[in-house]
Design a protein around this ligand. Structure first.
Ligand code: ARG
Ligand code: GLU
Length: 729
């Protein structure tokens, strides 16, 4: 008690936040920077329990799953838990009309039924070390950015070769603090990762797009895999002779649930954040880039949804496509709102004023960093001219119009033909042939044509005429007859239907190339792409480079000016720890959210036959019979909960861990108002969303009849245990 009081006092004096939620911390530096605070918030472990290179620790149970998500090991037999949306492409790849695992779920009854997934990996971090001095060797102040980068690359290559490792390990080096520090990671990547279980989408993705980024949430976003290893427990390609991986550590699972203000931590691989940007960069995001992307995607999604509502088969084809576009669309709206609501620009401006005041009072720092911030802000204002055209180009060429997105395939064939000759091009054509049926199976030309017409009308009106191009002018989007002209373009495209593709592709390689080069839509695509490459992307990269250079200095300057402040590096897909407390929040006046949802809430949202809120009968039956096994709390099944952990994309599938090191939940989302935490974490409204682990176990055991899998895990009761069991093997 006294200790906590003193600690609080210390935080007040040192300006550290009292109930920090902010920060994605390096496991290596916990004892130095975070251990005391974590313990003051209720953690019963030491930094060494979380990250150690001398003994097994929590980090030995955490993997980078498929390079983009996080997973955790939850049994001595290599069971790996992650999100449903992280395992989705694997679940889908094993699905067919007869065995539709997306629709019905997948529950292996024994290890022979587990399904292998070529290309899927799970990477452990064995150790990490700071290597800034090695990487910066030979760097001098007056080098150009390119010279500097090439020296750094050479140093990275050489340390990768010389650093001690086992034959089955890899070395990875990454930049931190905008290139001011470098860390090296020794990793082990397992390549035989098999699908073990997944709930039906109606449970694992309950609420689909309407509930995405939203609290209160009722989704059981999990899937279960198992890592297999060779007979030495080392990584190996898939083989029927491989055996279940034996981890150095796995997470015990707490059945005791959570209470308000409980300590929680999230351990995982957050992808990208940008917390140290100057005010003008935030303004660029809220005023220019987010609004541009949102406006375009609003049109595209409106059209998709219009078609999806009228036709069941269209709905099936477009659910995943719409979800892909909608995820960012929704996140950016929340981001703009959150940045405005928390007055992020003013906050940054105040910070900048204080920074400037301190900088000016220190001649040495002023000499080194004076003007850096001003230049950054100035460059951002200059770059603003290109934001809209750049976002529009990317959204139209690469995201929302399926047919244009896939013209890159035809373009690649032409380039291979020109550079490598007909034989190589023929191979590319065969690839296209093989790819086409899958594409057309889910392609609805009418939708794409409508989106194309609408978005180019937008482009024509919203974008400066300097970026109009002849073939767009020829379409004349503001004139009668525009839609007919668009229709004609589609009529001539091999990517508009399988019949057109067949007609186009079944001829000599030379003739295929000629046909591509005469296709009006290809020429349209090329013209737009060429102009983008000539007029837009050089500007964008120019300013990106300036920002990169400036941010490296500004980051160093911030750390030098605020010497006593704890700085955490921006997310960069490396292993991080973030911690906070289980807590509700108030999104707006008079509205207060509780921290936990229940199965009753799932039933409240249930709409029979609806593609977002339908439920399998078996779940309804279990609910009505109250057949909850040991997973209920006071007769109810807990479903999801929120806490003030600072997370981002990549933290999907990360474990939520209690004060003792037990698994209590599975991270999968953030709340809408809080998605701006990528730029401006604010403990008042930033919450991460987790599935309560008891809901996962209930679904696995009672719905999926996979008691045999639950039996492989270690279930614990830390609250009721007299002496908390040490998390362990
Ligand atoms: N918003 C979460 C993330 O960014 C979940 C996305 C998957 N779920 C969905 N309904 N689209 O990945
Ligand atoms: N769903 C996100 C992911 O796939 C996590 C949510 C977030 O961005 O915080 O990583």
């Amino acid at each position: 008690m006294i200790k906590n009081l003193l600690l609080s006092l210390l935080f007040v004096i040192s300006g550290l936040p009292l109930f920090a939620g902010e920060g994605m911390w390096l496991p290596l530096l916990l004892s130095q920077l975070n251990e005391k605070e974590m313990q003051s918030m209720g953690m019963k472990m030491t930094a060494e329990d979380i990250y150690s290179i001398n003994k097994s620790s929590l980090k030995d149970a955490i993997v980078h799953f498929g390079g983009g998500c996080t997973g955790e090991i939850i049994s001595s037999t290599g069971l790996l838990l992650t999100n449903h949306h992280c395992g989705y492409s694997q679940i889908q790849s094993h699905s067919s009309l007869e065995n539709n695992y997306v629709e019905n779920g997948f529950w292996s009854k024994n290890r022979n039924e587990e399904l292998s997934n070529p290309g899927l990996t799970a990477t452990f971090i064995i150790s990490m070390a700071e290597v800034t001095n090695d990487i910066m060797k030979g760097i001098s102040e007056n080098m150009t950015l390119a010279e500097k980068q090439s020296t750094i690359d050479k140093n990275i290559e050489s340390i990768k070769k010389s650093y001690p490792r086992q034959p089955y390990q890899d070395i990875m080096v990454k930049a931190f603090y905008k290139g001011n520090q470098y860390y090296l990671f020794v990793t082990e990547t397992y390549k035989d990762v098999r699908l073990v279980a997944a709930p039906p989408s109606s449970i694992g993705n309950f609420g689909v797009d309407s509930d995405n980024w939203v609290w209160p949430r009722h989704t059981c976003d999990f899937s279960l895999f198992r890592i297999y290893a060779d007979e030495n427990n080392h990584p190996a390609e898939y083989s029927p002779n491989n055996v279940p991986f034996k981890p150095r550590h796995f997470l015990p699972i707490s059945l005791d649930g959570i209470k308000e203000n409980d300590f929680t931590m999230i351990f995982g691989f957050p992808g990208r954040t940008n917390e140290y940007l100057p005010s003008e960069s935030i303004r660029q995001i809220t005023d220019l880039s987010d609004p541009a992307k949102v406006a375009i995607r609003t049109r595209a999604l409106d059209i998709m949804h219009k078609y999806m509502q009228t036709d069941e088969s269209t709905k099936i084809k477009y659910v995943t496509k719409a979800a892909r576009i909608s995820n960012g669309w929704k996140k950016w709206q929340g981001e703009m709102e959150g940045l405005k609501k928390t007055k992020a620009i003013e906050k940054k401006q105040k910070f900048e004023a204080e920074y400037n005041r301190l900088l000016k009072s220190n001649p040495a720092l002023q000499a080194k960093y004076g003007g850096v911030l001003e230049e950054l802000n100035h460059n951002t204002i200059e770059a603003n001219k290109y934001v809209k055209i750049s976002e529009y180009s990317v959204e139209l060429l690469r995201v929302n119009i399926e047919i244009l997105r896939n013209y890159s395939r035809l373009d690649a064939i032409v380039r291979v033909f020109e550079n490598n000759g007909a034989a190589e091009a023929a191979k590319k054509i065969d690839e296209l042939k093989a790819w086409a049926p899958g594409y057309f199976k889910d392609y609805v030309r009418a939708i794409d044509e409508d989106i194309f017409a609408d978005l180019f009308k937008m482009y024509y009106h919203d974008i400066d005429t300097a970026y109009h191009f002849p073939r767009l002018d020829m379409l004349a989007p503001d004139q009668p007859g525009y839609t007919e002209k668009v229709k004609m373009l589609f009529d001539g495209s091999p990517l508009a239907s399988q019949t057109q593709m067949d007609y186009f592709i079944n001829q000599s390689t030379e003739n295929v190339i000629k046909a591509i080069q005469n296709d009006g839509l290809y020429l349209f695509y090329k013209e737009m792409l060429d102009q983008y490459r000539a007029k837009v992307s050089p500007k964008v990269s120019h300013f990106e480079k300036l920002t990169e250079e400036g941010m490296e200095k500004y980051m160093a300057a911030q750390m030098a000016v605020f010497k006593d402040k704890r700085f955490y590096p921006d997310a960069n897909s490396t292993l991080r720890i973030t911690y906070g407390k289980v807590n509700g929040y108030s999104p707006r006046d008079a509205v207060k959210y509780e921290f936990q949802t229940w199965l009753d809430g799932v039933m409240e949202k249930y709409i029979p036959g609806n593609y977002e809120y339908d439920l399998p009968q078996k779940l309804i039956d279990l609910y009505q019979k109250k057949d909850f096994g040991p997973y209920a709390e006071n007769g109810r099944i807990p479903v999801c909960f929120i806490a003030s952990n600072h997370t981002t994309g990549g933290n999907s599938g990360s474990p939520a861990i209690d004060a003792y090191g037990n698994l209590i939940g599975l991270n999968f989302d953030r709340t809408w108002e809080g998605t701006m935490s990528d730029y401006n974490y604010d403990a008042s409204i930033c919450r991460n969303i987790m599935v309560d682990i008891r809901y996962v176990l209930f679904i696995l055991d009672k719905y999926g009849d996979c008691k045999h899998l639950v039996d492989e895990m270690k279930l614990v009761h830390p609250r009721s245990a007299k002496k908390p069991k040490k998390a362990g093997k």
